[in-house]
Design a protein around this ligand. Structure first.
Ligand code: 13P
Length: 252
């Protein structure tokens, strides 16, 4: 079995003092959780240093929510993989549907971000998923397949365990309407087949996690599925009790 991963994506929430309070509470409550789960917090850029300082020496890892693909230069407002490493990040989230949908990130931009991040030593969570409209016209697999295949182009075998695919159906994000475990498992199994057709046995190293209205009440069933290796948490990650409950259930 692959190691479970639970990642909290805080999105554009929390001022620095709020980020400090939430992190302190999470660290305190997470104390005795088994080593079998990778726990990641992805605060906004402005709180990376605070959260990074508080989790130092713990088993929680720091992630950024976005990155640019160049190392340095005249790219006003952007942040490079090297800068994220310097700020203590081990992980970065790339291709979130909010970035694809609101900020116009294309598959080719996502690929550049993945390659630059891996090259500079960051581990990557790449998000894929269909919109409601795409699902309703039966395009779920087609969309997810093209996003996954595009993300994996140029990937070296030794980087496979440094890449996690997050299946986040757009219609399930922040809506309280999560995919059923069976719906999620169907897409995860397909992603597994796609990665298998590219990397054969080596693809077993890629974890596939689910995101979209995950909470302490629905996580257990989701994690019972064979091809769901963890979860990317939005709203429930802003509440220490809910987040820690999810982490604990993932460790069982
Ligand atoms: P919610 O858990 O709020 O639906 O958000 C999921 C998500 O987008 C995580 O990246």
């Amino acid at each position: 079995m692959k190691k479970m991963m639970i990642a909290g994506n805080w999105k554009m929430n929390l001022l620095r003092h709020q980020a400090r309070e939430l992190t302190q509470e999470i660290i305190l409550k997470i104390g005795d959780v088994k080593e079998g789960v990778d726990v990641i917090l992805a605060p906004p850029f402005t709180a990376l240093d605070i959260v990074g300082g508080l989790i130092a020496g713990s088993r929680v890892m720091l992630a950024a929510q976005n990155v640019f693909w160049e190392d340095r230069g005249a790219f006003t407002g952007e942040i490079s993989p090297a800068m994220l490493m310097d700020a203590g990040c081990k992980w970065v989230i790339v291709g979130h549907s909010e970035r694809r949908g609101i900020l116009g990130e294309t598959d080719s931009i996502v690929r550049k971000k993945i390659n630059a991040s891996l090259d500079d030593g960051l581990n990557v969570i790449v998000c894929v998923g269909e919109t409601l409209q795409e699902r309703e016209v039966g395009k779920t697999i087609k969309i997810v397949q093209s996003q996954v295949e595009s993300a994996l182009v140029d990937l070296e075998l030794e980087d496979l365990q440094r890449l996690v695919i997050a299946y986040e159906p757009v219609w399930a994000i922040g809506t309280g309407k999560n995919a059923t475990p069976q719906e999620a498992e169907y897409v995860h199994t397909t992603i597994h087949e796609i990665t298998g057709s590219i990397f054969s046995q080596d693809s077993e190293r890629i974890r596939i996690i689910y995101g979209g209205s995950v909470n302490g009440d629905n996580i257990e069933e989701l994690l019972h599925m064979d091809n769901i290796d963890g979860a990317l948490i939005g709203g429930a990650g802003l509440d220490a009790d809910s987040f820690v409950k999810i982490v604990k259930l993932a460790g069982e």
